[in-house]
Design a protein around this ligand. Structure first.
Ligand code: SF4
Length: 411
């Protein structure tokens, strides 16, 4: 081989290497620069991130079944440093009235992929503002937790006594009790049967929240026995506050300057079943709107869609002062799991309800409670729940990982 042949081959070889290098560099450029956002998005959905969820603390009652210590939902603003953009931090500082130094100090040593709380216990207006802007705040999360709530009319339960679930040590001392039984926790009170509580006194009503929104508890306890739920064992059977008492309370709240009232209850749609004439929740809503004309906005908290009565459905469809937001207690979207939970609706019931209500009131938005990981739930069953979320058009979810409650059938 002469030298001209050698240099030609060398040139061809160098050209091939250069070409291969060019292909590699352009592939790298394509992945890292041109399609960066696409692959980043995919990778963000493909990793496991531990999130701490604190258990809800137990409720405390006195011997008459009166609630002494409750839990209330509390929302916190959290940031995942790895996902948060500069614009996210800037906007959050504005909304939460935090300085740049405060936010950066909190995030400096925070784990890159874990939500770090930058403001706890948000008031309702801040929370609503954050929810509205959530789409424009990548890396921001709204976390739900529970805080202790001491009803203002209850004084010093630790001195005067309270009842609670029997502990293991107490069970050893008093073998006649079984797990889940309620017994007196101090010498001042005795064993009580919460299921015998029938009181419907006005203390079930409470006005609190922001300066513009008040919560009025119109019902407590529950007659159902969903297999995962401990509530009926702690709060007893359903009791309703009479409509007259509710209306009077709301009048007082409106006089005090409240612009919005939220009706709450453990099983709100069962309101009225224990009252004379068995009125329904829809009757109560209509009565409030009629008798308190100065109330600008009425809202109902979580409801069981299958128990919504015709008057309530009509009120939602036609009353502009009734806010177009429903939080549904759905729990799952698979029929077998719903049956095992002893829920009273099927997946089709839930979807039909959402479609019919939205047809009647197009601006209606839905939230829902969902339990993930109920015993015997398979991936396929969970997929059914995901499909139901889409089919119902749910936009706001409270998703709870299943946690066994001692004494419940599911546990
Ligand atoms: S989940 Fe709701 S309806 Fe079922 S038992 Fe508990 S409080 Fe009652």
């Amino acid at each position: 081989m002469d030298s001209s042949q050698r240099s030609r081959r060398f040139a061809i070889f160098s050209g091939l290497i250069g070409l291969a290098f060019l292909v590699l560099v352009s592939g790298f450029f394509n992945l890292q620069v041109l399609k960066r956002d696409y692959y980043l998005e995919i990778s963000l959905h493909n990793f496991v991130r531990p999130v701490t969820r604190n258990p809800v603390r137990g409720l405390i009652f006195d011997r008459n079944g009166r609630l002494l210590v409750d839990n209330r939902p509390s929302f916190s603003a959290a940031v995942v440093p790895a996902h948060a953009k500069e614009s996210t931090l800037f906007r959050l500082e504005e909304i939460l009235h935090l300085s740049d130094q405060e936010v950066r100090k909190k995030l400096r040593r925070a784990p890159r992929f874990s939500p770090t709380i930058i403001r706890r216990d948000l008031d309702d207006s801040t929370r609503t503002l954050l929810e509205e802007n959530q789409y424009f705040l990548p890396g921001f999360e709204l976390n739900l937790d529970f805080k202790r709530y001491y009803p203002p009319e209850v004084n010093s339960p630790h001195i005067f006594g309270y009842i609670g679930e029997v502990s293991e040590a107490e069970q050893k001392r008093h073998p006649q009790y079984k797990a889940g039984d309620l017994i007196g926790k101090t010498e001042m009170v005795q064993v009580d049967d919460i299921m015998s509580v029938t009181e419907t006194a006005g203390h079930l009503i409470d006005g609190f929240g922001t300066r513009s929104r008040a919560y009025v508890q119109v019902q407590n306890g529950c007659d159902h026995r969903c297999t995962f739920c401990i509530i009926p064992y702690g709060r007893g059977n359903s009791r309703s506050v009479p409509a007259g008492v509710v209306v009077e309370q709301i009048r007082r709240l409106v006089d005090a300057g409240y612009l919005e009232v939220v009706l709450t209850g453990v099983d709100l749609t069962s309101w009225g079943a224990d009252l004379p004439g068995t009125p329904r929740l829809g009757d109560l809503v209509r009565r409030i709107l009629k008798l308190v004309p100065d109330l600008p906005r009425l809202r109902i908290s979580s409801i069981d869609s299958i128990e919504a009565d015709p008057a309530l459905i009509e009120a939602i469809a036609t009353e502009p002062r009734l806010m177009p937001h429903l939080h549904l207690s759905l729990q799952a979207g698979d029929n077998l799991i719903l049956k095992r939970m002893k829920r009273r609706h099927s997946r089709d019931d839930a979807i039909r309800f959402c479609h019919e209500m939205r047809a009647a009131r197009p601006d209606l938005v839905y939230g829902a409670d969902i339990i993930a990981g109920f015993p015997t739930e398979t991936d396929e069953m969970f997929e059914n729940t995901l499909a139901m979320i889409r089919d119902c058009g749910l936009t706001w979810l409270h998703v709870f990982p299943y946690s066994p409650r001692k004494g419940t059938p599911a546990a």
